[in-house]
Design a protein around this ligand. Structure first.
Ligand code: ZN
Ligand code: FE
Length: 257
């Protein structure tokens, strides 16, 4: 169906914000609010007024501008039901895993994906098949485990892995170049990954964004979605380990890469 427009813009050193706009109703939502000036500039450049803010997690690079952006626009703030102090007082509607709401006639499913933080929620626009994965799933990567552990993050990523493969994934950071280098170190025989890494390098050399991507691409090349892959297991010497153990090992290797 593809009803909304998605306007992605960079802020801070490697963050992406997105404005979701529905032409028919004129409604606009922002993903996160890390820098109110950058969000307000993106809104005015596009000639849009903000109706809603969808917060993925409490980290400052996603929330520092929340109070100011809410104040300036009067937007309704949706986010995790359980979170930390600063953002809790600004969230108008809190969601648990499996929650949902209507945005401009389209159902948005809220998927809790704890691991990077305990409060992480992702937003899935069910008609457009667009996912805002916060700092849980990136191009060729996944979030660092600040508050959760490997088993928790793997359980979270399995929820995202089960979405339709044609799902468009907007992660919150441009980490693709570093992620590609790491991915190649654990999955060097993966032809699709070799090709994708070269494409990412070419895009970054021209300062072009590599976000969003398709879930199908991540399923084929993102090692954090592929702990069941025979080649990766062989490379790690973990042929008979559980998916959880392989995932946890891949995450640990990335931390020291
Ligand atoms: Zn974060
Ligand atoms: Fe972040």
């Amino acid at each position: 169906m593809g009803r909304c427009r998605y306007l992605q813009f960079p802020y801070l050193s490697d963050n992406y914000g997105v404005l979701v706009h529905d032409e028919q109703t004129g409604k606009t939502a922002a993903i996160d609010a890390g820098d109110d000036a950058a969000y307000l500039a993106a809104l005015s450049e596009a000639g849009l007024t903000l109706d809603e803010i969808w917060i993925t997690h409490h980290h400052w690079d996603h929330t520092d501008g929340l109070a100011a952006l809410k104040q300036a626009t009067g937007a309704l703030v949706r986010g995790p039901a359980e979170t930390k102090d600063y953002i809790a007082e600004h969230i108008d509607v809190g969601y648990q895993d499996g929650g949902s709401f209507d945005f401009a006639g389209q159902t948005v499913s809220v998927i809790a994906t704890p691991g990077h933080t305990l409060d992480m929620v992702n937003f899935f626009l069910t008609a457009d098949k667009v996912l805002f994965s916060g700092d849980s799933l990136f191009v060729l990567g996944c979030g660092r485990l600040f508050e959760g552990d490997g088993p928790m993050m793997w359980e979270s990523l399995q929820k995202l892995r089960a979405l339709p493969p044609e799902t468009v994934i907007y992660g919150s950071h441009e980490y693709s170049l570093a992620n590609a280098k790491f991915a190649l170190s654990v999955d060097p025989q993966n032809e699709a990954l070799v090709i994708r890494a070269a494409e990412i390098e070419a895009k970054r050399a021209k300062d072009e964004p590599t976000v969003p991507s398709l879930l199908s691409e991540e399923l084929a090349t993102n090692p954090f979605l592929r702990p069941d892959d025979v080649g990766i297991r062989q490379h790690l010497g973990m042929r008979d380990a559980t998916d959880t153990a392989v995932f946890t090992q891949i995450r640990a290797l990335k931390d020291s890469f």
